[in-house]
Design a protein around this ligand. Structure first.
Ligand code: GDD
Length: 414
């Protein structure tokens, strides 16, 4: 049997995702109309002999309760949310729930970060992992950016030879994708790190009581990071191997990246589940361009033109003559006649007046490719923002409950 664990973090994580993580935990933010965490979960369906899926985090239980129970019946696989009382780190969280995870006596454990966007080639990873015969296999991708874990792998055996988490200087152009498969032996390794941390903490307390040590912060004994504490020391010991994806891979730390990843998942729907995409005909339905998701409860006027890369959530109302491109429109928002939205996220219950424009400036994107890396590369309206008639909002972030009656550009409206 195999189990899958998805690390969903908690409210003190995901701060770069504000203002969209104020009321909704980041893992439940919709990409291509489905909660972020839904994409790795539905990829788990293709794992042979999958017994259970666990989400581990320190968000309030009630925020995930409804989602996991409806998911369990939909997938016909038990999905459970396990709440940590405090953050234990990416490996510490796994260890904290080891008894529950090992309940079905699985031979393999998948571990996935919730905030990565890729095609999750999980069965292929499992096959490769079995061939390698090590304790763990990491999904890796060729990227040149220093904000990830960088690694060196043996080109013949694929063994992980060297690992550095977010290095300051160039190490390699292979990065850690945050998707792993382990044998249960991983728990012994985390246990060892635990004991090591405990010894260090005891030494620290002892030294402090003897006043030989300047009182600094005692390291938390049960906080274990997968990357620094486990991958780095185990590299080059014939225990960890890599499996390289040639497909897309992105990390979702900011709202702008969620817009980019929404596009990637919509494109994947076109290949795997085209029935989820909207089909417009301009007569009864609106005109649809490219990949678009429209929730069945949304009401979109037939004279609106939607797409490409648009995702419209539940109960949204889109009036006549509206143009939407590259945007995410969240639940209960209202877009009035002839409004225009491009490279933007419109928050829950927000409202755009007639002829309003919410967009990125035309020089912040070229040839239809958005500028997702800069902070004000797209426009974001938080929850319940009102943009009055004819008001233009360009490259700005608007915090919840604001009323905009004058146009703004490159501003953060607090
Ligand atoms: N439950 C729980 N408890 N989850 C946690 C905790 C914790 O204490 N700490 C982090 N997580 C979750 C996050 O929500 C995220 O899904 C994942 O674990 C990794 O988060 P971080 O440890 O903050 O690392 P990161 O996202 O900055 O970088 C990691 O992922 C990159 C790929 O996206 C590293 O492993 C990098 O090397 C890697 O490139």
């Amino acid at each position: 049997k195999v189990v899958a664990v998805i690390m969903v973090g908690g409210p003190t994580k995901g701060t770069r995702f504000r203002p969209l993580s104020f009321n909704t935990p980041k893992p439940l933010f919709p990409l291509a109309g489905q909660p972020m965490v839904h994409h790795p979960i539905s990829a788990c369906k293709s794992i042979p002999n999958l017994a259970q899926i666990f989400l581990i985090g320190f968000h309030e239980e009630r925020e995930f309760a409804l989602y996991v129970s409806s998911l369990s019946s939909e997938l016909k696989i038990p999905v459970r949310y396990l709440k940590e009382d405090k953050p234990h780190g990416s490996a510490g969280g796994l260890y904290y729930f080891r008894d529950l995870i090992m309940e079905d006596n699985p031979s393999h454990i998948f571990l996935l970060n919730c905030d990565v966007c890729c095609s999750f080639p999980l069965p292929e990873m499992l096959d490769a992992h079995r061939r390698y015969g090590g304790m763990g296999t990491l999904l890796v991708s060729a990227e040149s950016a220093s904000e990830f874990g960088e690694l060196v792998a043996d080109p013949i055996t694929n063994e992980l030879l060297h690992y550095t988490e977010k290095p300051e200087t160039f190490v390699s152009d292979l990065i850690n994708c945050g998707v792993y498969v382990f044998t249960p032996e991983i728990f012994n390794v985390i246990q060892d790190i635990h004991t090591h941390h405990e010894d260090r903490a005891n030494l620290h307390t002892l030294s402090r009581s003897e006043a030989l040590w300047s009182p600094t912060k005692t390291p938390a004994k049960d906080f274990v990071r997968l990357d620094q504490d486990i991958l780095s020391p185990l590299a080059g010991k014939k225990q960890l191997y890599t499996y390289q994806t040639m497909d897309f891979w992105e990390q979702i730390k900011t709202p702008a990246m969620s817009l980019k990843c929404s596009a990637l998942y919509l494109a994947q729907f076109r290949l795997n589940s085209p029935n989820l995409l909207a089909r417009g005909d301009g007569t009864k339905n609106p005109t649809v361009v490219g990949d678009v998701y429209i929730h069945p409860s949304a009401k979109v006027h037939r004279t609106a033109k939607i797409g490409p890369n648009v995702s419209i959530s539940a109960n949204v109302r889109v009036a006549a003559g509206v143009r939407l491109m590259s945007c995410i429109i969240l639940d209960d928002a209202e877009i009035q006649e002839n409004a225009f939205v491009m490279y933007a996220i419109v928050g829950w219950k927000s409202s755009l007046g007639k002829w309003a424009r919410v967009q990125a400036s035309s020089d912040s994107f070229t040839c239809g490719e958005g500028d997702y890396k800069t902070k004000l590369g797209i426009t974001i309206l938080g929850e319940a923002v009102t943009v009055e008639d004819e008001v233009v909002v360009v490259n700005s972030i608007v915090l919840p409950n604001k009323i905009l009656n004058i146009s703004v550009q490159e501003e953060i409206i607090l």
